[in-house]
Design a protein around this ligand. Sequence first.
Ligand SMILES: Cc1cc2nc3c(=O)[nH]c(=O)nc-3n(C[C@H](O)[C@H](O)[C@H](O)COP(=O)(O)OP(=O)(O)OC[C@H]3O[C@@H](n4cnc5c(N)ncnc54)[C@H](O)[C@@H]3O)c2cc1C
Ligand code: SF4
Length: 845
Amino acid sequence: MSDEPGSAVVEGGTTGRSGQAVPKRERERLVVIGNGMAGARFVEELVARGGRNRFEIVMFGDEPYGNYNRILLSNVLAGIQDPKDIFINPLSWYEDNGVRLHAGVRVASIDRRSKIVRGASGVAEAYDKLVIATGSRAFVPRIEGLEREGGGYKSGVFVFRTLDDCSGILEHAKRSRRAAVIGGGLLGLEAARGLLGLGLEVHVVHLMKHLMEVQLDAAGGAVLRRALEDMGLAVHLEKSTREILGDERVEGLRFEDGSELACDLVVISAGIRPNAELARDAGLTVERGIVVGDDLCSPDDPDIHALGECVQHRGRTYGLVAPLWEQAQILADRLTERRPDAAYAGSKISTKLKVMGVDLLVMGEQRAASDAEEEVAYAEPSRGIYRKLVIRDGTLAGAILLGGGAPGGRLLQAFERGLKIPEDRAALLSAGAHAGAGEPSVGDMPDEAQVCNCNGVSKGQIAAAARGGCRTLRQACAATRAGSGCGACKPQVQAVLELVLGSDAAEDPSAHYYVPGVPYAKPELVRLIKERGLRSVSSVFRELAGGQEDLASKPGLASLLKSIWGREYEDERDARFINDRVHANIQRDGTFSVIPRIYGGVTTPAQLRKIADVAERYEARMVKITGGQRIDLLGIEKERLPDVWRDLGMPSGHAYTKGFRTCKTCVGSEFCRYGVGDSTALGIAIERRFQGFEAPHKLKLAIAGCPRNCSEATTKDVGAVAIEGGRWEIYVGGGAGSRVRKGDLLCVVDTQEEVIRYAGRFMQYYREQARYMERSYDFVERVGIERVRRVIVDDAEGVAARLDAEVQASVDAYADPWSEADSPIHPSQFTTLLPPPSGAPAQAE
Ligand SMILES: Cc1cc2nc3c(=O)[nH]c(=O)nc-3n(C[C@H](O)[C@H](O)[C@H](O)COP(=O)(O)OP(=O)(O)OC[C@H]3O[C@@H](n4cnc5c(N)ncnc54)[C@H](O)[C@@H]3O)c2cc1C
Ligand code: SF4
């Protein structure tokens, strides 16, 4: 490759820098500016059509690499993919395909009269045809204090656009504790999730009234906010950043309303702007982007074309990849004269948020444009569900699908292909529904139809991979790159496999793994962890996953290891979410909520006095009685947590974690005239025994002193109700949160001791068998109460004694996490940089 400055000659009837005339070329010279997703894909398409017979191809790329999939930078930041795995065309590809790439050379000007492109390094190339694919850059709003003296951003300030940006953020994050992401759009949220996974406390600062306002309406934005806050992100809306604080390096943000946020890393993700200056300076028409017609040609120059994010077509600019795959094919068809009159008519766009734990797919328009159009919406905010369809002339003009459960793949097909959708709109939004009356299936799709939008992979390519030996989804995805972006296309990739292979399509073993990154089902994983004495998340990756760490698997593994090892579990900074690291619940404003344990909801005047004193001393912004019968001190700053715990002198209530939370009790037989059982005494005993019991999800218990059930024990993960004769009914798998389910009657017992034994045995069985984040009500439904009863009550599988012993081991290993007040597990466990800003606290229980 000749990409050293000055190595190129200027050919084609003009003169080289040597001044000597050079002979006329046989092939035309095609110069492409921009070696990003659009430029490189266009060249690939051109080469595939035999374009090298017609053109000598020369490329300029500002970045010093081959071409990589920019979309996957979010996965790199999140630790899900290694940078080397996101390259589509490494440097060798260009050499192998006879393409001359000036890597790391920025084009400074286009001389249209002489038809010469000049690189900043002094290199010049003549062209017969020019393609501009310069993409976009991150938009950086005016913020005081952005730059340090002498120029350049302050240390710790980044944008998120290139591989170099991503490496810079990852490097800086190693020395950071609190990050702020300015911008709550798609990219900002992906960056924020990545940083959260690196173990930082992360704040999203957004100017608008709701998150992702380009793709979501206000209701959807509110549900998304809740989902993100649940995973530990702090979200600040309607906040305009005025200043970046700090001299050489960032120390915080100051907002227009005067409030401040301490942070030592800032990612600015406030939108993008097309790189169109080069074209404008060359005299081409530029509005928001480089103006092109349906022929992707500039109206000012028949030899200059443009594609990708830098163009404006029919008044629209795009910020997603799907349009550029189409544009690349059309332009390659035109220039090779395979289809000289191929025309680009605009793209229908959809996008999926690549944030682990949040399922969000959006397509087309977010609201009806006139009364003639319909909007159908369904919301269940407490479960993180929001679904909305915008329907025009019986077809889908747009959709928001947040929280999973809706038939996303089929709705996407219906949207992309303009299919009529059924009259029963409500049914369309429910799980298992089909999007079209005619059941659009991959069988109806032509081979060229695109299945994976993120990587531009067609049905034909997947079918070829299947014919070439790929039997499972994982194999097909690895062979074609399909599914490695946002993952929304995986059901369709699977469908293509089944279409081609029929019953030869194999089920992916990974469907049964406990966590995606470690190739074992839960029982086998537990056995290996115990056998090999693996006490930390990193040791599990090292021993059981070939050393390959997977961010998505860390919280699940950490929870499992804690439940197996108790105090012997070796905590690692990035394996658990912030709540579990500081043993408190992070709130919207970055402060924490502190809920001490009040066994069975029974307290004393002395205890209440102490709580009141602490609330005053540490300026709790709100003191709240929770639904779990205890007292929540809200608005506590992170660095004061150890002092608060010390002064309270009460154990942690574990209101922040996956595991045993509370045992709610009613008054019971000691005082209540209806009571037939001592519910408070039993509740207290249960809470003393199971405090700190880790589980795949939270466990809320309750005891009622008679069937009037004042403590709602039948809608708890485990509940017991006293009945006549001093006996107790035990219910399991109930819940009254995001889902309401009455628990199933497990058994009726005679004594409190038996209630405690069966409750523990059930919780141990649940935590051994359930998937990470599977609530007990889903678990009991999945396994079936009959089987649960056979194991727990009848001991049909002979495991009861072992389950009881495991419970006892956990109970014996229990240590109050708030004892870390006197011995933090690492020096910065409870430190922040500046006082956090003011703001409204959120509820914890
Ligand atoms: C973190 C991240 C996540 C994303 N996620 C998604 C997603 O999930 N789904 C989706 O559809 N889209 C996503 N996108 C957007 C997607 O990456 C872009 O739509 C796509 O990269 C646009 O391709 P392009 O070739 O037009 O621009 P780019 O890929 O930016 O390529 C332009 C190239 O031109 C170079 N260049 C610019 N000026 C010059 C010059 N004067 N001389 C030489 N070279 C120059 C640039 O350095 C760059 O390498 C994401 C983007 C980012 C940053
Ligand atoms: S459940 Fe029964 S015992 Fe308990 S408070 Fe209500 S009425 Fe009284």
